[in-house]
Ligand binder design. Structure first.
Ligand SMILES: NC(=O)c1ccc[n+]([C@@H]2O[C@H](COP(=O)([O-])OP(=O)(O)OC[C@H]3O[C@@H](n4cnc5c(N)ncnc54)[C@H](O)[C@@H]3O)[C@@H](O)[C@H]2O)c1
Ligand SMILES: O=P(O)(O)OC[C@@H](O)[C@@H](O)[C@H](O)[C@H](O)CO
Length: 499
């Protein structure tokens, strides 16, 4: 007989015995880390790691979490209701053997909304216990949006908020060189640390913060570049009730991830003292040059995701494992990786192939459901960063046009055959089922306009493809200049809709 689904929600009071004691013990640690981002990834990766350090008594600190934009307040409120607790499920294959673990993560001792508690948020930055700032605000969060600084009014952007917080700290410590912070942005962006620092300095100059503050930021705060890797699929919608029955409580912040985790950070092993991640047995590496790790992951793992997603969704598939279990889609994905992506990367092909095989295994993880609809978010900019460089390198190396990458570009254009209604952009699958496309509205507007101009008609398809491929806002260059590309994409699109 299946277990009844409980009514009670996770919070400190429902934990019993040793679990309660250990959670209280960790939550009482001083706040040494300020986390900007309440998303699934940070909770399934960084917070889980800090918990590993705390459990092994290697770390005596806790985390204050705040959301990077006003719309994140609902999730933050849920965390607060649960005393910062949530359950992390880890499921997948470890050395070929299935593992499934769940544990309550108690490292978040405080939640703080910068949009309603601006002064309290800033005062966290002044705390002498604070050592680290960590963030993941997606690529969209690490951008410059000029704004005015007004006394008592919260700053909207994350880098802008950080600039004000650092300025407060600088004033409070009177520029003490020893009181700088370790700043670790985890956004999937090349040289993320350098980029965040650049943005903080840009806001500081806009707001005319003094030069000695700028020097203090430059010299005495460390913005580290790093690359993260773990598939965190978030709240397991379809299995949540079964999990609640198993756990004996309901958890609005339930989070699922694979066992695999990898973090390469550009920095020196001495930083272990502030973040004892390696000492706690985590797969974390201090490296001198991040580039090879970045290239390997973004081109192969993220590239494969971006490659398969629009086409698989158009064909009615729902998640990554389904793609890997579909013989044609699997062959399409592995063929693209092995014949069109790896050969043009200019790195050890054997090592890359080994990595690719581990990625296929992770994609086939029988225990997790990685929704293609989630991966599809911002597909246009992802294609530009994750796949276009492979396509261009293939052409530049005189190999002709890479068949599968071209098809995936065609699939993306077809996926973005959208119409706008009340700010929502909708497309239809090959079977005519509607779906919503979540991407930069400016880019989707370009797509909608181009398809609209062609009247969505097949005879005007070549013009539509030209109009889309020549748009530099979409691709950063005019892709109609790549010989034969527009023709091949058009032919593929005709074939796609015919079948
Ligand atoms: N989930 C994964 O498997 C995984 C793995 C590695 C890296 N990542 C990276 O982490 C990012 C977040 O993934 P997630 O799974 O936590 O997603 P999520 O939707 O759970 O969280 C997204 C976070 O980013 C914030 N955010 C979104 N748009 C923003 C904007 N315009 N400005 C400021 N903040 C914004 C949200 O408030 C939230 O805190 C992804 O973009 C990806 O690059 C994710
Ligand atoms: O998270 P995104 O939306 O940038 O990209 C989707 C996936 O490719 C990504 O989440 C991977 O699963 C992750 O990067 C693995 O470490």
């Amino acid at each position: 007989m299946s277990k009844p689904v409980p009514e009670q929600h996770l919070n400190l009071s429902i934990l019993k015995g040793g679990k309660r004691q250990s959670a209280e013990h960790i939550r009482q640690n001083p706040v040494k880390i300020l986390q900007i981002g309440e998303g699934n990834f940070l909770r399934g990766f960084f917070d889980w790691m800090i918990n590993e350090c705390c459990k092994q008594e290697n770390y005596q600190g806790s985390i204050a979490v705040s959301q990077p934009r006003p719309s994140g307040s609902a999730k933050l409120a849920k965390l607060k209701e649960q005393d910062g607790l949530y359950t992390q499920i880890t499921r997948g294959l470890e050395q070929g053997k299935p593992v499934e673990r769940s544990e309550v993560i108690p490292v978040i001792s405080r939640t703080i909304d910068p949009y309603t508690e601006w002064e309290e948020w800033l005062s966290l930055g002044v705390s002498s216990e604070l050592q680290v700032i960590v963030s993941n605000t997606t690529e969209a969060g690490l951008r410059y949006h000029p704004e005015e600084l007004q006394e008592g009014i919260p700053v909207l952007s994350f880098p802008g908020k950080l600039a004000v917080l650092l300025y407060r700290r600088f004033q409070a410590v009177a520029g003490d060189p020893g009181k700088g912070l370790l700043i670790l942005p985890l956004e999937l962006l090349e040289r993320n640390g350098d980029e965040l620092k650049r943005l903080v300095l840009q806001y500081s100059r806009d707001w005319r913060f003094p030069e000695d503050f700028i020097q203090w930021v430059e010299r005495h705060n460390r913005f580290l570049n790093s690359l993260v890797d773990r598939i965190v699929t978030g709240y397991p919608e379809e299995e949540a009730e079964a999990w609640f029955a198993e756990l004996g409580y309901r958890d609005r912040m339930l989070n699922a991830a694979e066992p695999y985790h990898f973090w390469a950070i550009e920095g020196e092993p001495e930083l272990d003292e502030q973040l004892p991640l390696r000492k706690s047995g985590l797969n974390v590496h201090w490296v001198q040059d991040l580039k090879p790790y970045q290239l390997r992951k973004v081109r192969i793992l993220n590239g494969a995701h971006t490659l398969m997603t629009p086409l698989a969704l158009l064909h009615g598939l729902g998640h990554v494992r389904e793609v890997m279990e579909h013989s044609e889609f699997r062959a399409f994905t592995t063929g693209a990786v092995e014949q069109e992506i790896i050969p043009v990367m200019g790195m050890d092909a054997g090592e890359l192939l080994h990595y690719a095989e581990s990625v296929y295994e992770r994609f086939s993880n029988p225990f997790i459901r990685h929704n293609l609809a989630d991966i599809a978010m911002n597909s246009l900019s992802k294609f530009r960063v994750r796949l276009l460089p492979s396509l261009e390198a293939y052409v530049e190396q005189g190999k002709g046009l890479p068949e599968r990458l071209v098809q995936s570009l065609g699939g993306l254009l077809r996926y973005c055959r959208v119409r706008e209604t009340e700010g929502r952009y909708e497309g239809t699958t090959l079977r005519g089922e509607p779906y919503q496309v979540r991407d930069d509205p400016a880019l989707l507007g370009i797509c909608a306009e181009a398809w609209e101009a062609g009247g969505m008609e097949e005879r005007l398809l070549a013009d539509t493809v030209d109009r889309l491929l020549c748009n530099e806002d979409l691709w950063g260059r005019d892709l109609t200049l790549v010989e034969g590309l527009a023709g091949k994409v058009t032919a593929y699109l005709e074939e796609l809709d015919r079948h």
